[in-house]
Design a protein around this ligand. Structure first.
Ligand code: ADP
Ligand code: MG
Length: 720
């Protein structure tokens, strides 16, 4: 293994940088050339058909067969003109990856390339190998994928990909996209209804999402020399380098050229696919970076994030690099998150989270702001559950990651506004030279337009004209948390609509009624607002005092999904049924168990096959040295001292690994997934992982560098 490490290091030293050249000088010349959405449809099908299709997409209704045939044929012509030979429904099963099954356009019978409307709209992949949590018994393995026309088709390699939902024959959702679409529909309905109190022209509200994706990049050869990275996506061992992120000099520093070329390359691919990537920069940790696209409709943004991760993975191979999205690839350094920037925008072009200079719009803004805060307050545990995964458990609450405590930050200006509204109902806020005028019914202030107040430690922060859910894991499909967010806001806005109707029925003036209701909500949701440092110890205590949950692990966090209130909420809005929620939890628990199992196995293998033999060899060297020194009558106490330390670590890791294996054997016999997952969490992960790791990391410092089998952190993180 040490040989592998040194070979890898040699390879790294001799790597060339492949310079990357864009296909054209201007991005506009190649942006979206590999994507087929409404714009391309418009150009290739008849105006009547286009009208029908776009209406069906807007209203979420069925596309008739004739129109489907027209779109299919146009898409096929477009794709084959670009050398594409196959097509596939592209979907997001609950494995977390994306799936596809390629069919050829070529029809042997007719002798030509074809794509019929039927094949565009619906397909039947062999679904038996995808997780279903007991929804499908294996003899009824059929499920089908159905085209989601609201997300553009795209070309990947030589295949036309058709974004699709994946459902069972009995109509149950087997993927991430189906519930998201339903939650988005629910929030559209509820938000539109509320908008109507302010502006009758609003007939549709779109949820938007901009996903900032964090990732690490390491050399491929070094990656291959780390079985733990290969198997589990994270390093289970590894001593912190002398120079970690203490200096924070990586943030916004210059990007190393090999990585810069990789970035340029994947950006070009992404842009061709119509993914509007726009910013790139270094993150806080060494070798950590971020890519952020411009926000889009939430469904498309979700597809694009999944696709972008695929693109980055595949492109990294060309550069002999490996990109890591895991939530915590390296202990002691920042992990990878996916900041979900979310807002609601009307068909009239108003961002409902944008404070404005008009009193009417500001009242509306406050309605959406306060309702979102209330939704987060009432459903904090559900939001927590939505981001739960084995990987994120390592990240949340560790090294500059939001804690597992859900709270929301809105900035001092808005806090003052809400406090004022809560206490008196009339508002006067002072800040520097600014005196915010009292407008409208002397209750709504003109809120500061440029809210630059930032708090980067908050898991759910208001950032000027949108909320940013930062606790989402770097490797997760964002559809799950975004389903929850849209669903809870839909529910809250529905409640608000009902409360308002009740007030109006009593004859209360509309604006007064709105303010009264908001005041109640502000009071009721106050404890979820936190403006301080979320990373501090104090917050843990303070949060506990406030009665906020701090659910540290996935198996326990997932319970919320099956509470009666949550099931009722999902069923009420038609997002998922109890049966579907149960199936999903089953899959998530199984996934959790599998991940911890793999990590435990990798640890065991590394200890037994690599670490212990290396340590014993080193021990032998020390023994002969000690003996030699003694023979010569020279003081060997220091050698003996090291020998004792090495020996005690060898003994402790060996016995811990053995005990962990025994424990796993016991736990593996447990039938119930929840119980088993909790056992894996408490009695494998929490009991052994850190203990074994500490000893191994100590050995890394004691043993001769020449013999150490695993690529070290400084090599993974600082070599260019
Ligand atoms: P920061 O790192 O300061 O949070 P970035 O510019 O990296 O800011 O990312 C901000 C993200 O938020 C981008 O993806 C941007 O497109 C997105 N965004 C901006 N406005 C909205 C909005 N109204 N709805 C959703 N996302 C938005
Ligand atoms: Mg951000």
């Amino acid at each position: 293994m040490a040989i592998l490490r040194f070979k890898a290091l040699e390879m790294v030293a001799s790597r060339d940088t492949d310079r990357v050249f864009p296909p054209a000088d201007k991005i506009s010349d190649y942006f979206g050339t590999d994507s087929f959405g409404l714009e391309q449809m418009k150009a290739t099908i008849s105006p009547e058909t286009f009208k029908k299709v776009s209406q069906a997409i807007n209203k979420g209704t069925k596309i008739d067969e004739v129109s489907a045939n027209a779109v299919a044929s146009a898409a096929k012509n477009w794709a084959t003109s670009k050398g594409v030979t196959h097509y596939t429904h592209w979907f997001q099963p609950l494995t977390g990856a994306t799936a596809e099954k390629h069919d050829s356009f070529f029809n042997v019978k007719s002798g030509i390339e074809e794509l019929k409307g039927g094949a565009l709209v619906q397909q039947e992949p062999d679904a038996s190998s995808f997780p279903h949590g007991g929804i499908r018994s294996t003899f009824e393995a059929r499920g089908y994928t159905a085209w989601d026309p609201s997300s553009p088709l795209f070309i990947w390699g030589r295949t036309l990909c058709i974004p699709s939902v994946f459902v069972s024959y009995t109509g149950e959702a087997l993927d991430y996209k189906a519930p998201l679409l339903k939650a988005v529909e629910a929030v559209d309905k509820a938000a539109t209804k509320v908008c109507q109190y302010f502006d009758r022209n609003v007939s549709r509200v779109t949820a938007t999402l901009g996903c900032e994706q964090e990732y690490f990049v390491v050399d491929r050869a070094l990656y291959m020399a780390r079985p733990d990275l290969v198997m589990s996506g994270r390093t289970v061992f590894g001593h912190n380098p002398a120079r970690g992120q203490q200096l924070d000099d990586h943030y916004f520093g210059s990007i190393p050229s090999r990585i810069y070329n990789f970035m340029k390359d994947f950006e070009i691919e992404a842009l061709r696919l119509g993914i509007p990537v726009s910013t790139r920069h270094n993150e806080v940790a060494p070798s950590q970076f971020e890519v952020a696209p411009v926000f889009e409709d939430i469904n498309v943004a979700t597809d694009h994030n999944q696709l972008l991760m695929d693109v980055m993975n595949r492109v990294s191979e060309r550069h002999d690099l490996k990109v890591l999205f895991h939530e915590k690839p390296f202990a002691g350094l920042n992990g990878n998150g996916k900041h979900n920037n979310w807002s609601l925008i009307t068909n009239t072009g108003v961002n409902l989270f944008q404070p404005s200079s008009s009193a009417r719009e500001n009242l509306q803004f406050l309605v959406y702001l306060v309702n979102t805060i209330k939704a987060v307050h009432d459903n904090a545990d559900l939001l927590r559950a939505s981001i739960a995964s084995a990987g994120n458990d390592h990240r949340l609450g560790a090294n500059e990651a939001p804690p597992a405590i859900i709270s929301t930050f809105i900035g001092s200006e808005l806090s003052a506004v809400l406090d004022e509204l809560e206490s008196s109902g009339s508002i006067k806020v002072d800040k520097g030279d600014n005196m915010y005028m009292m407008l409208g019914i002397d209750k709504i202030p003109e809120i500061i337009l440029d809210n630059t107040d930032r708090n980067r430690t908050s898991p759910f922060a208001f950032t000027g004209n949108k909320f940013e859910f930062r606790a989402v894991g770097g490797d997760e499909n964002v559809a799950a948390p975004m389903t929850v967010l849209n669903l809870i806001v839909a529910e809250q806005l529905t409640t608000f609509g009902n409360d308002l109707e009740a007030e109006l029925a009593k004859g209360t003036e509309k604006k007064i009624a709105v303010v009264n209701i908001l005041r109640d909500y502000i009071k009721a949701s106050k404890k979820i607002r936190f403006e301080g440092d979320n990373y501090s110890e104090d917050w843990q205590e303070e949060a506990a005092k406030r009665g906020l949950s701090n659910i540290k692990d996935t198996p326990r966090a997932l319970d919320t999904y099956l509470s009666n209130d949550v099931v009722e909420l999902y069923e009420k809005h038609g997002v998922l049924s109890r049966h579907e929620l149960e199936a999903r939890n089953e899959i998530k628990l199984e996934n959790y168990i599998m991940k911890i199992q793999i990590e435990a196995r990798v640890m065991g293998d590394l200890v037994m096959n690599h670490i212990t033999p290396t340590a014993i060899n080193y021990q032998n060297k020390l023994i002969s040295t000690a003996k030699g020194l003694a023979d010569l009558g020279i003081d060997n106490s220091e050698t003996k001292n090291i020998l004792t330390k090495v020996n005690s670590h060898i003994m402790s890791i060996s016995s811990d690994v053995e005990a962990m294996i025994e424990e796993r054997k016991r736990i593996n016999k447990i039938e119930d997934s929840r119980e088993k997952a909790i056992e894996y969490c408490d009695n494998i992960k929490n009991k052994y992982f850190d203990k074994i790791r500490d000893a191994v990391d100590d050995l890394e410092l004691l043993i001769d560098d020449e013999d150490w089998p695993l690529a070290k952190y400084r090599e993974l993180l600082f070599l260019r």
